[in-house]
Design a binder for this molecule. Structure first.
Ligand code: NAP
Length: 316
């Protein structure tokens, strides 16, 4: 039986692990079977994580967090959690290999998944011109004309990054002003390879075996036009990964896991949540890391309170 199981290997999961390990709790951290490190693994330069004035590559930052967590005694398991049972005092989680692991506390830090536009052809052409990750797939679009959908920081970052490979990058945004931070906007505006397509949404994606174009629909008057492109990068935000805890933990109206006040306490005692899975607003690496800290400290206090209760019962 573990004191603490952490599910997730982004900044929230690894920061929780660093704190829990330093508190002597020997955390067991499930890092996923394929995608260890979370969303920062798909990022290039991280410029806003304090302590790195020159910037740091996302994957390197995650590797360092993992090293730090392991240095203090975190055990990392490269497997997914497929089922959770939070109904009793002892929490049970089932790993992809079928093993059931037990713990007195769980920190749930599963992050978020790329949002999809919701078109049938988006799935069909996924990996054949439709992508959610510029750093993973940008290389395949050398000298091509491509488009990025979205108006936030991710869309600006992806569009700017993709100009390293592509000949031209359209940014398709449903409004006529961006949501992205000013510095990211300006970087995109200053880039000659980027052209903005305002007040437009993607109504259809075309192509037999590879993306050949999209139908754009005006969000102002509904008129449609065709745009020939060979790649479509979707960067319209993320949705919290909560599918394992539906009906087991309370969720907020925004679909994130509900936590009490500024704590990481979920609706089930002994289960704590941290990072993007709890955060509809800020969603930064540093805020995820901070909430991982809170979750680890809350779990530590919970375990200490439980241990002193048990001791009182034993002497009564
Ligand atoms: P976001 O900030 O939620 O922006 C999503 C964008 O996609 C918005 O412009 C939104 O349009 C648009 N959108 C949403 N649903 C859509 C749909 N169904 N069809 C078309 N467009 C749609 O998401 P994000 O850009 O992924 O950023 C998430 C968080 O990560 C943010 O807090 C961001 O600051 C952070 N981030 C930071 C950095 C960095 O600092 N280097 C880099 C990447 C991300 P509207 O504007 O009309 O709502």
């Amino acid at each position: 039986m573990q004191q603490i199981i952490i599910i997730g290997s982004g900044p929230a999961g690894f920061t929780a692990a660093i704190y829990a390990a330093r508190a002597g709790l020997k955390p067991l951290l499930f890092a996923s079977s394929v995608g260890i490190g979370g969303e920062l693994m798909n990022t290039t330069e991280v410029e806003n994580f304090p302590g790195f004035p020159e910037g740091i590559q996302g994957p390197e930052l995650m590797q360092r967090m993992q090293e730090q967590a392991e240095k203090f005694g975190t055990e990392v398991v490269y497997d997914d959690i497929t089922e959770v049972d939070f109904s009793g005092d002892v929490k049970r989680v089932t790993a992809g290999d079928g093993t059931v692991h037990e713990a007195l506390t769980v920190i749930y830090a599963t992050g978020s998944a790329y949002r999809k536009i919701g078109l049938a052809d988006e799935e069909r052409l996924s990996g054949h011109g439709v992508s959610w990750c510029a750093t993973c797939d940008g290389f395949f679009f050398r000298e091509k004309t491509i488009a990025v959908v979205g108006g936030g920081d991710s869309a600006m970052e992806e569009a700017t990054f993709l100009t390293r490979f592509a000949e031209k990058v359209y940014v398709i945004h449903r409004r006529n002003e961006l949501k992205a931070s000013k510095i990211m906007q300006q970087r995109a505006f200053d880039n000659e390879k980027i052209e903005f397509v305002w007040d437009s949404e993607v109504a259809a994606i075309h192509g037999e075996s590879e993306v050949e174009g999209v139908t754009l629909r005006s969000t102002v008057d509904g008129s449609e036009r065709e745009l020939a492109i060979q790649g479509l990068f979707v960067a319209i935000g993320n949705d919290p990964r909560t599918h394992l805890v539906h009906g087991k933990l309370d969720l907020t109206e925004e679909g994130t896991i509900a936590v009490q006040g500024r704590s990481a306490q979920t609706s089930v005692p002994g289960v704590f949540a941290a990072g993007d899975v709890t955060d509809p607003s800020y969603r930064q690496a540093i805020t995820a890391a901070a909430s991982g800290t809170i979750a680890a400290l809350d779990a530590e206090h919970f375990l200490a309170a439980r241990a002193s209760q048990d001791a009182e019962l034993a002497t009564a």
